[in-house]
Design a protein around this ligand. Structure first.
Ligand code: GLU
Length: 427
């Protein structure tokens, strides 16, 4: 077995066309090379520990049976029970879920949470399904993967296309079979043992990182124009909390379109509009732009907070922001990353930037185990403290090693995972 060599640029572009997991692995190999990791440890991390694929048959409202495909991928559990969200999305195929599970391993390790990495998914379009259909889908999915879940085995949470209601159904379906177990999922409604502040946690984390990065640059949030792609849970909370910090949100988009206003968008008014219209598109206090236009919009910080792989080798040259703040998971491909770096654009990586969600999931899990509830103030304070200290660790490591923040984040995460693998005797 040989230590993997770093991926050459041409190979890199070819690989990312092959699959999201190959694309995530290029970062892992790059980091393994820097850390001079044992080749057997790298071999272990190349693939998932377990991948469950299950049929998810659902009786639709029109009485027809549709069979969806669902997955739960457990990548590595050396540091603790598997942890990661469940995605309901037409593109959530096995390889995408596998890539996202890998990222969870390094995200949890970077944040020093006592978890391994996992992800789940069902290939479906939740926007085209009724609540009763989604309820049945979630229960069927939970029943069919239930044997690999558990408070100290694997703890799902929301991700794209799922929310607190989905977690309530999962908890209920799991409980019917295995007994009442609120700690088996996080991101539940507060009424069912969810944590205060979990719904806003990812956005709060993103806004905290922006604030810390601005301070490091020596700039003031009021002088920073921010463009946000996505106005779901992550994008909308990022906007609300960034505005509290004084940032100016100049462009926002969602699947139906985007809006921009160089003088700043009134986010409270936008929220009222979205509640009625169901999209940011058509908001009167701004001009319309496309989703591609949003990525190229003249701004200081660009926050991709929706789909993965939106910044690639193809469009990295058109980005005008000086920093890309990764609210989404894996929004920048390796060739996109190189393109940004060549132009001096800093990419603050997903495993740091969007880790607020899983961090408050960890708080929720500990509260469930202790059968105790923290106040919102305590949740936000502890979240802030962890985000700030991890940001500082990543920047200090990057400075010390002369690496980019993504490389530093992978180095810290991978080093911890490798250490746990060795201590537990996996290799
Ligand atoms: N889906 C979120 C993520 O990608 C949260 C995961 C969790 O809370 O377990 O980080």
């Amino acid at each position: 077995m040989t230590t993997p060599t770093p991926t050459a640029p041409a190979q890199e572009e070819a690989l990312e066309k092959v699959s999201p997991s190959a694309s995530v692995l290029t970062n892992v190999y790059d980091s393994a090379e820097r850390l001079k990791l044992d080749a057997e440890v790298v071999d272990l991390l190349r693939s998932s520990w377990r991948e469950v694929r299950a049929q998810v048959p659902v009786r639709m409202d029109d009485r027809k049976l549709r069979i969806f495909e669902g997955y739960r991928v457990q990548h590595n559990g050396a540091r603790g029970p598997y942890k990661g969200g469940v995605r309901f999305h037409p593109q959530a195929d096995l390889d995408e879920v596998r890539a996202l599970a890998m990222l969870m391993t390094y995200k949890c390790a970077l944040m020093d949470l006592p978890f391994g990495g996992a992800k789940g998914g069902v290939m479906c379009d939740p926007n085209r399904m009724s609540q009763t259909e989604l309820n049945r889908l979630t229960r069927a999915y939970t029943q069919h993967i239930g044997m690999v879940l558990g408070v100290s085995r694997d703890i799902p949470a929301p991700d794209m296309g799922t929310n607190a209601q989905t977690m309530a159904w999962m908890m209920d379906a799991y409980g019917q079979r295995y007994g009442y177990t609120p700690g088996v999922v996080t991101g539940k409604p507060v009424e069912l043992g969810g944590s205060y502040g979990r719904d806003q946690a990812t956005g709060r984390g993103v806004a905290t990182i922006m604030r810390e990065y601005a301070a490091r640059e020596g700039s003031h949030p009021k002088d920073i124009r921010v463009a946000v792609q996505g106005y779901g849970n992550v994008g909308s909370w990022t906007c609300r909390i960034a505005v509290e910090h004084g940032f100016k949100i100049v462009a926002v988009s969602d699947v139906k379109g985007g809006i921009a206003n160089p003088d700043g968008i009134d986010i409270a008014a936008l929220d009222r509009w979205v509640t009625v219209a169901g999209s940011v598109a058509g908001f009167s206090g701004a001009t319309p732009i496309t989703n591609e236009g949003l990525l190229e919009y003249d701004c200081d910080y660009l926050v991709p907070a929706a789909l993965g792989e939106v910044i690639t080798g193809q469009n990295a040259g058109t980005i005008k922001a000086r920093a890309v703040v990764e609210g989404a998971n894996h929004p920048v491909t390796p060739s996109g990353d190189r393109g940004l770096a060549e132009r001096g654009i800093v990419a603050l990586p997903d495993t740091l930037v969007n880790a607020g969600g899983v961090t408050v999931s960890y708080f929720e899990w500990t509260q469930n185990i202790q059968q105790f509830r923290w106040s919102l103030e305590r949740v936000n304070e502890e979240l802030e403290a962890r985000m700030v200290s991890t940001f500082e660790q990543v920047m200090a490591r990057a400075e010390k090693d002369g690496t980019r923040p993504r490389q530093a984040a992978f180095d810290i995460g991978l080093e911890r995972v490798a250490k746990a693998i060795q201590l537990r005797g996996f290799v």
